[in-house]
Write a new protein. Structure first.
Length: 82
């Protein structure tokens, strides 16, 4: 990773993803590396099962998401073509 801490894990180690995700959320909540934090109402981090086989990562929060504080609501759920 360019910024932040690397997560060094060997094959024998078991990760507590819930704890790791909460640590990442806390780090992002405090981040002031750019000016984006000044215009947000909420940190839109995500929600759901931290042990899911896939994660869906959005590009950037839209107005409805920032207003409510939840990901993938309002216009953001419009299907996109790849």
């Amino acid at each position: 990773m360019k910024h932040g801490k690397e997560l060094n894990i060997n094959k024998q180690e078991k990760i507590n993803m819930g704890q790791t995700m909460e640590q990442l959320r806390e780090e992002m909540e405090q981040c002031r590396k750019c000016d984006l934090w000044q215009s947000r109402n909420h940190l839109i981090f995500g929600e759901g099962n931290h042990h899911a086989p896939i994660f869906i990562i959005g590009e950037a929060p839209v107005r409805d998401e920032d207003r409510v504080g939840r990901p993938f609501i309002g216009r953001s759920i419009t299907p996109r073509r790849c």
